[in-house]
Design a protein around this ligand. Structure first.
Ligand code: FMN
Length: 154
Protein backbone atom coordinates (compact mmCIF):
# COMPACT_ATOMS: atom_id res chain seq x y z
CA UNK A 1 0.00 0.00 0.00
CA UNK A 2 1.53 3.28 -1.16
CA UNK A 3 -0.18 6.59 -0.49
CA UNK A 4 0.49 9.83 -2.32
CA UNK A 5 -0.22 13.15 -0.64
CA UNK A 6 -0.35 16.19 -2.92
CA UNK A 7 -0.93 19.60 -1.41
CA UNK A 8 -0.88 23.26 -2.27
CA UNK A 9 0.24 25.82 0.29
CA UNK A 10 0.27 29.54 -0.42
CA UNK A 11 0.89 31.66 2.67
CA UNK A 12 4.42 32.16 4.04
CA UNK A 13 3.59 30.04 7.08
CA UNK A 14 2.88 27.02 4.84
CA UNK A 15 0.08 25.78 7.05
CA UNK A 16 -1.34 23.23 4.61
CA UNK A 17 2.17 21.87 4.05
CA UNK A 18 2.38 21.22 7.81
CA UNK A 19 -0.91 19.37 7.71
CA UNK A 20 0.33 17.26 4.77
CA UNK A 21 3.54 16.38 6.64
CA UNK A 22 1.56 15.43 9.73
CA UNK A 23 -0.64 13.12 7.66
CA UNK A 24 2.42 11.59 6.04
CA UNK A 25 4.22 11.02 9.38
CA UNK A 26 1.10 9.55 10.90
CA UNK A 27 0.68 7.06 8.03
CA UNK A 28 4.33 6.08 8.32
CA UNK A 29 3.82 5.43 12.04
CA UNK A 30 1.21 2.90 10.92
CA UNK A 31 3.85 1.37 8.61
CA UNK A 32 2.20 2.64 5.46
CA UNK A 33 4.44 3.95 2.72
CA UNK A 34 3.58 7.61 2.13
CA UNK A 35 5.11 10.32 -0.04
CA UNK A 36 4.13 13.96 0.23
CA UNK A 37 4.67 16.53 -2.54
CA UNK A 38 4.02 20.22 -3.01
CA UNK A 39 1.69 20.39 -6.00
CA UNK A 40 4.28 22.04 -8.22
CA UNK A 41 6.91 19.39 -7.48
CA UNK A 42 4.99 16.23 -8.31
CA UNK A 43 5.95 14.24 -11.39
CA UNK A 44 2.48 13.40 -12.74
CA UNK A 45 3.67 10.26 -14.50
CA UNK A 46 4.35 8.65 -11.09
CA UNK A 47 0.83 9.08 -9.72
CA UNK A 48 -0.46 5.85 -11.19
CA UNK A 49 2.14 3.95 -9.12
CA UNK A 50 0.28 4.86 -5.92
CA UNK A 51 -2.69 3.03 -4.43
CA UNK A 52 -4.38 6.09 -2.94
CA UNK A 53 -4.32 9.87 -3.40
CA UNK A 54 -4.86 12.42 -0.63
CA UNK A 55 -5.18 15.95 -2.04
CA UNK A 56 -5.29 19.11 0.05
CA UNK A 57 -5.23 22.88 -0.27
CA UNK A 58 -5.93 26.14 1.50
CA UNK A 59 -9.37 27.63 1.01
CA UNK A 60 -9.03 30.93 -0.84
CA UNK A 61 -11.92 33.13 -1.90
CA UNK A 62 -14.32 30.36 -0.74
CA UNK A 63 -12.79 27.66 -2.91
CA UNK A 64 -9.69 25.51 -3.35
CA UNK A 65 -6.50 27.36 -4.26
CA UNK A 66 -5.82 27.57 -7.99
CA UNK A 67 -2.66 25.44 -7.71
CA UNK A 68 -4.51 22.29 -6.66
CA UNK A 69 -7.39 22.84 -9.08
CA UNK A 70 -4.99 23.30 -12.01
CA UNK A 71 -3.19 20.14 -10.96
CA UNK A 72 -6.38 18.06 -10.73
CA UNK A 73 -7.65 19.49 -14.03
CA UNK A 74 -4.43 18.38 -15.70
CA UNK A 75 -4.69 14.70 -14.75
CA UNK A 76 -5.79 12.18 -17.38
CA UNK A 77 -9.09 10.63 -16.39
CA UNK A 78 -8.41 7.08 -17.54
CA UNK A 79 -5.66 6.30 -14.99
CA UNK A 80 -7.64 6.50 -11.77
CA UNK A 81 -10.93 4.66 -12.07
CA UNK A 82 -12.03 3.30 -8.69
CA UNK A 83 -8.81 4.27 -6.88
CA UNK A 84 -9.26 5.40 -3.28
CA UNK A 85 -8.83 9.09 -2.52
CA UNK A 86 -9.73 11.75 0.02
CA UNK A 87 -9.50 15.52 0.37
CA UNK A 88 -8.28 17.88 3.05
CA UNK A 89 -8.41 21.64 3.43
CA UNK A 90 -7.32 24.44 5.67
CA UNK A 91 -9.87 27.15 6.26
CA UNK A 92 -11.33 29.62 8.72
CA UNK A 93 -13.95 28.34 11.14
CA UNK A 94 -17.02 30.13 9.89
CA UNK A 95 -20.13 29.08 8.05
CA UNK A 96 -19.26 31.61 5.38
CA UNK A 97 -15.71 30.33 4.81
CA UNK A 98 -16.29 27.97 1.90
CA UNK A 99 -14.13 24.86 1.76
CA UNK A 100 -11.29 23.80 -0.51
CA UNK A 101 -12.13 20.18 0.32
CA UNK A 102 -15.51 20.37 -1.41
CA UNK A 103 -14.02 21.46 -4.73
CA UNK A 104 -11.22 18.93 -4.46
CA UNK A 105 -13.69 16.13 -3.78
CA UNK A 106 -15.69 17.15 -6.86
CA UNK A 107 -12.58 17.02 -9.03
CA UNK A 108 -11.47 13.68 -7.57
CA UNK A 109 -14.87 12.16 -8.26
CA UNK A 110 -14.83 13.57 -11.79
CA UNK A 111 -11.50 11.81 -12.34
CA UNK A 112 -13.01 8.50 -11.25
CA UNK A 113 -11.46 8.27 -7.80
CA UNK A 114 -13.50 6.67 -5.04
CA UNK A 115 -13.77 8.86 -1.92
CA UNK A 116 -13.01 6.65 1.07
CA UNK A 117 -13.75 9.02 3.93
CA UNK A 118 -15.20 12.41 4.81
CA UNK A 119 -12.76 15.25 4.16
CA UNK A 120 -10.38 16.56 6.80
CA UNK A 121 -11.18 20.19 7.58
CA UNK A 122 -8.37 21.91 9.47
CA UNK A 123 -9.15 25.28 11.02
CA UNK A 124 -6.77 28.20 10.87
CA UNK A 125 -6.83 31.66 12.37
CA UNK A 126 -5.13 34.90 11.48
CA UNK A 127 -5.18 37.41 8.65
CA UNK A 128 -3.13 38.79 5.79
CA UNK A 129 0.00 36.66 5.58
CA UNK A 130 -0.12 35.50 9.20
CA UNK A 131 -2.11 32.29 9.30
CA UNK A 132 -1.64 29.59 11.91
CA UNK A 133 -3.34 26.41 12.95
CA UNK A 134 -5.86 26.62 15.74
CA UNK A 135 -5.05 24.57 18.84
CA UNK A 136 -5.57 20.85 18.47
CA UNK A 137 -5.96 20.87 14.70
CA UNK A 138 -2.86 18.80 14.02
CA UNK A 139 -4.29 16.07 16.27
CA UNK A 140 -7.31 16.01 13.98
CA UNK A 141 -4.97 15.49 11.03
CA UNK A 142 -3.24 12.60 12.83
CA UNK A 143 -6.55 10.93 13.64
CA UNK A 144 -7.75 11.35 10.06
CA UNK A 145 -4.59 9.72 8.73
CA UNK A 146 -5.05 6.83 11.14
CA UNK A 147 -8.63 6.39 10.02
CA UNK A 148 -7.42 6.20 6.43
CA UNK A 149 -4.79 3.64 7.40
CA UNK A 150 -7.50 1.53 9.05
CA UNK A 151 -9.92 1.89 6.14
CA UNK A 152 -7.31 0.86 3.58
CA UNK A 153 -6.10 -2.12 5.59
CA UNK A 154 -9.61 -3.67 5.66
C1 FMN B 1 -6.30 35.94 -0.38
C2 FMN B 1 -6.82 34.99 0.69
C3 FMN B 1 -8.13 34.57 0.62
C4 FMN B 1 -8.63 33.69 1.59
N1 FMN B 1 -9.93 33.28 1.51
C5 FMN B 1 -10.41 32.41 2.43
C6 FMN B 1 -11.77 31.95 2.35
O1 FMN B 1 -12.54 32.30 1.47
N2 FMN B 1 -12.19 31.06 3.29
C7 FMN B 1 -11.38 30.63 4.31
O2 FMN B 1 -11.82 29.83 5.12
N3 FMN B 1 -10.08 31.07 4.41
C8 FMN B 1 -9.59 31.93 3.51
N4 FMN B 1 -8.30 32.37 3.60
C9 FMN B 1 -7.46 31.84 4.66
C10 FMN B 1 -6.68 30.66 4.10
O3 FMN B 1 -7.48 29.51 4.12
C11 FMN B 1 -5.35 30.49 4.86
O4 FMN B 1 -4.53 31.47 4.33
C12 FMN B 1 -4.75 29.12 4.59
O5 FMN B 1 -5.42 28.15 5.34
C13 FMN B 1 -3.28 29.10 4.95
O6 FMN B 1 -2.76 27.92 4.41
P1 FMN B 1 -1.37 27.94 3.63
O7 FMN B 1 -0.35 28.49 4.61
O8 FMN B 1 -1.10 26.51 3.32
O9 FMN B 1 -1.51 28.77 2.40
C14 FMN B 1 -7.79 33.24 2.65
C15 FMN B 1 -6.46 33.68 2.69
C16 FMN B 1 -5.98 34.54 1.73
C17 FMN B 1 -4.56 35.01 1.82
Amino acid sequence: MKILIVYDSVSPRKVTAKVAETISDSLKEKRIEADSFFVKDIDKSTIKNYDCLLAGAPTMAFRASTGIIKFLNSLPKEDFSGKPAAAFSTQVRSRFSGSAAKGIEGKLKGLGFKLITAPLIVYVEGKGNEWRLRDGELDKAKNWAQLIAQTLSK
